[in-house]
Design a protein around this ligand. Sequence first.
Ligand code: PLP
Length: 400
Amino acid sequence: MTDLLSKFDPLIQQRDDLLSSGLTDPFALVMEKVESPTVAICNGRRTILLGTYNYMGMTFDPDVVAAGKQALDEFGSGTTGSRVLNGTYVGHKAVEEALKDFYAMDHAMVFSTGYQANLGIISTIAGKEDYIILDIDSHASIYDGCALGNAQIVPFRHNDIEALEKRLKRLPPEAGKLVILEGVYSMLGDVAPLKEMVAVCKAAGAMVLVDEAHSMGFIGERGRGVAEAQGVIDDVDFIIGTFSKSVGTVGGFCVSNHPKFEILRLVCRPYVFTASLPPSVVATAATSIRKLMDSADKRAHLWENSKRLHAGLRQLGFKLGTDEPQSAIIAVLMPDLETGAAMWEALLDEGLYVNLARPPATPAGMTLLRCSLCALHTNEQVGEILGMFAAAGRATGCIS
Ligand SMILES: Cc1ncc(COP(=O)(O)O)c(C=O)c1O
């Protein structure tokens, strides 16, 4: 018998080598207690959270928590059904209304996760004769959406406007074309030049889908994302998003002004053939989304946090993913996986949690310590975070 898992032997070996050096497994941390969006207890000690994507700190918002509790009491723990059968409750309609209001768009379709939203929308709208043109650094859920469908895939270099234009020009003019972009790329925290790219797409007759997972709630005057900030939201055909970051719960969605959008509810398999979100989840999401519409002060504070952390880390001597802070993600570049894991553990010992990211999830084989800031990190916490980076960086030899 061929052991089907033997293909993972190199990865098992790499992991064993790392752990045999005495390092804590960076991918098996347990949050023993979560006290707030910015503090948890890990390994028995108070730990500042700087790797949760909880950008707007909505997870403990009293109105959000109360809405979830009320829905749990009134509608029970789950729907046990697909959205197209018994799984559409008033709460599912209410969260879709909240999304339509938030984005000022005609249609909103809620999925059980953002991953499924990409899987479903991409595989359904781009068919056999069509082309998908996508940034090479796209999220795994975008690639998986492409793999589930039958369209021809044409990747282009990350954030390269000319490369996108060249690819589009080579395609048959009459063919259906979907260009997939992200507002903020989650590995390095850099933003797409959407204004220029959307113009190139429109000139080539391509439809545009933008995944705003890491920008919703924070970027743009009303938190609608990078497409809003760069003034092209009305030219984007589909926006994909998630409830698992700024919204502070779980779920995914697509919003659009396309007049035929509603038909997707009947033909999109990852929407039809799975159970809908629990009533408590959609209630928390709807409450959170409505509060995010009116969160300009929090957005301003989050920008301050991002700028301060970026400048402070640079001053300490760390190499960062972007020259300027472009989002609430700040990626600290590590020379290799071993140093990255050692730095990750040293930070945890100091009382700070960040994300360790390594290939193949990262671009160009990089090892990164990804920091994601929250609007509820206080000035004092940002100061503490910088002190912890200084101590851990010196202890591991990352900085002098
Ligand atoms: C760009 C992007 N799209 C989609 C997703 C999937 O979101 P969810 O956690 O809701 O499945 C993520 C999550 O990390 C993401 O970063």
